[in-house]
Structure formats: C-alpha cells, structure tokens
Design a binder for this molecule. Structure first.
Ligand code: SF4
Length: 319
C-alpha cells in the first residue's frame, strides 16, 4: 500500500468515526458545515439585530440614557413576548430519560429551597410592578457607576439586554472588547452563536435576558477580581429581583464559579442544577469557548436541551 492510500484510508476512518459520534445531533449551529439531520420545521423569524452597525463612538452615560418606556397598560401587555416555539423533539430515548431525570431531580431540590427568596426590587413597586420601567430606571442608575476601578478603563457600561419579562436569564462573566465598545452584551461572533443556540431550543432573543456579572470590561479580558465582583454583584441581584427569571444559565467557568461562589470546574458544575437566591442555575460553555473548541458544541446542545426541558416543566407546573 502506498503512503497516499494509507493516508486516504486513515481519513475515511476518521470521517466514519466523526459521523458515528455525531449521528444524533441535528443543528446547524452544531456543525458549521451543515446539519447532520433535518432541522425541526419552524417559521422563519427575522434576525434580531444584535448591535448597531454604525461606527462605534464612545458615548457618555448621559447619551446612553434609556428611552422612556410608555406606561400604557396595553403597550405593556403588547411588550410581553409571545411564547417560544416548541422544544425540538428528542429522538434519543436515553437522552430523553436523562432529561426527565434532570427535571425530576431539580424539582426535588427546589422543594428543599426556600421558595421566592428573591425579594422584589423597590423599583418594581415604584413602577406599579412593570419590570420594563423598573429595569430602565436601574439601567440609568448603573450607567454612570464608578464604584470600582474598571470605571477608569471601560469605554461603556454594558448593562445587559433582552426582555424584562424573561423567564430565562443568561449570565456571562464580563464584557469583552466588542461589548465594551458597543455597550451591548454578547455581540460579534460569540453573540451570533448564542442567538443560534437559543433559537435551536425554540427561543428568540426577545424571550431571554442576557447580562454579565461585571458590567464593565476588565483590562485585557482578565478574570474579574473579587473586589470588582463585590462592587458589581448588587446590580446583578437587582436585575434578578426585577426580572425574576425561572432559570439562570451561566455561560462559562468564570461566570458559574463567581455566581455560585465555588471553585468547582465547569465540567462538574454542568452535571447538576445549582441555586442562586432560590433560582435554579445551570452552567454551560461560553459561546466564545465553543468558537475556539467546536468539540464542546455537542455538550452545550445537551445542556440547553435540558434547560429547555426544565423551562417547559416549570411553565407546565405554573399553569
Ligand atoms: S464593574 Fe460594576 S461596580 Fe465596577 S464600575 Fe462598572 S458598573 Fe460599577
């Protein structure tokens, strides 16, 4: 056998193994080359613009002021997002069993938590229970913040974005370079991947809220310092107290370790549900990490399907 034939045989073997390993996945976000199996039918929803395309100009906190939210109750009602698309079907019975077990175990743990530990933020009461107006006022409070040294190096505060009525809140560790320049969370390639991930489980950006533990970018994207987390965490707690999500999903090791105050690795934290102020917390890979290491997309896909199963079970329990 020639060297070329040997090399060709090795490539075929690798390809066969790859197809076998990925045979039960069905998402275009999982494989940039295209889906392995047909995607579930879903109506085409126009892409939600993630960030303005205009040249980025550093802005002052005053120019970032959130536009006034109308108080009209009809408009408030209309602002609530439509229910998400149905969850994609799970074809693997073993994974279905795992999802069922995860939901059952989570409900068991929730039963042992003190319910509704999140005390509604005073701004909610001030605005008649309207989370949009409360979130707007909180945002206007946060934008000029100088409570830690990151205020000296940031371009913009990144408050977070999404629905004030969100049932699922995704939390990253801190803004990166693009986010710092644009004042928006999860923009650029990792933001687009996050949008694909959530739409793969039937959500649009309007169904979720995306934020970070730190609202300002640490220089050179270093990990947050404890003193910075201590200064900024109250803002996250207030966002949670206003939005009152049913589930939190931490994106990446640093976000999960910081929020849960643990040194456990992401692999361990992904295995089970945790709690923050009584809210179930799941952890998965940061989209930027998936871009660097596509082999983690499969685990992420399983994580977000478990998240969707828990979301559906919680919604069913409420109705
Ligand atoms: S990171 Fe948080 S606490 Fe520090 S300046 Fe920014 S908003 Fe304020």
């Amino acid at each position: 056998m020639t060297h070329a034939e040997d090399h060709h045989g090795q490539l075929k073997n690798d390809l066969r193994k790859w197809v076998e390993q990925n045979s039960d996945t069905g998402l275009d976000w999982f494989l940039d080359e295209g889906p392995v199996e047909a995607l579930p039918e879903a109506p085409v929803v126009p892409e939600v613009p993630i960030a303005p395309e205009a040249p980025v100009i550093p802005v002052t906190p005053e120019s970032q002021t959130t536009p006034e939210v109308p108080a009209n109750p009809e408009l408030q009602k209309a602002a609530k997002p439509q229910p998400p698309q149905p969850a994609p079907p799970i074809k693997d019975p073993e994974f279905q069993r795992q999802c069922d077990h995860f939901v059952e175990a989570t409900f068991g743990l929730m039963g042992r938590q003190a319910p509704h530990q999140v005390v509604p933020d005073p701004l909610l009461e001030k605005h008649g229970g309207d989370p949009r107006r409360a979130l707007k006022e909180l945002r206007d409070e946060v934008l000029p913040c100088v409570q830690c040294k990151l205020a000296e190096t940031r371009t913009q505060v990144v408050f977070g974005a999404g629905s004030a009525h969100a049932k699922v809140m995704f939390i990253g560790e801190a803004p990166g370079r693009d986010e710092d320049l644009q004042g928006q969370p999860f923009v650029g390639a990792s933001g687009q991947l996050l949008t694909k991930i959530i739409s793969a489980i039937g959500f649009e950006r309007e169904h979720i809220f995306i934020g970070n533990i730190l609202k300002c970018r640490p220089p050179a994207n270093r990990d947050p310092l404890p003193v910075e987390v201590k200064a900024c965490e109250p803002f996250l707690k207030r966002q949670l107290a206003i939005i009152q999500p049913s589930i939190i999903c931490c994106l990446g090791r640093v976000a999960a370790q910081t929020l849960l105050n643990t040194e456990d690795g992401l692999g361990k934290l992904r295995e089970s549900v945790h709690f923050y102020e009584g809210i179930p917390v799941m952890a998965t890979y940061h989209p930027a990490a998936l871009l660097r290491n596509p082999a983690w997309k499969r685990d992420t896909w399983n994580d977000v399907r478990r998240l969707r199963a828990l979301y559906d079970a919680l919604e069913q329990r409420k109705s």
